[in-house]
Design a protein. Structure first.
Length: 68
């Protein structure tokens, strides 16, 4: 696994010194991208079709085994 360095590179410090707003814009863009991905993952719950198929399979298995 690749280890990330925790120190700030000189080029990043130079970029911050030349244009501080560009650094914040880049961080904001990354946060928006991560937030959108997390929001989409949360909203992607199980669908009704998958639930119906699972319920039908459980009922069929219970009927086959004599529980119903």
């Amino acid at each position: 696994m690749k280890k990330r360095s925790s120190s700030i590179a000189v080029s990043k410090l130079a970029r911050y010194a030349s244009d501080p707003n560009s650094v914040f814009d880049k961080v904001d863009a990354g946060a928006v991208k991560y937030g959108n991905r997390a929001h989409n993952a949360i909203g992607a719950g199980p669908s009704a079709i998958k639930f119906a198929i699972l319920a039908a399979a459980l009922i069929a298995a219970a009927h086959y085994l004599g529980f119903i």
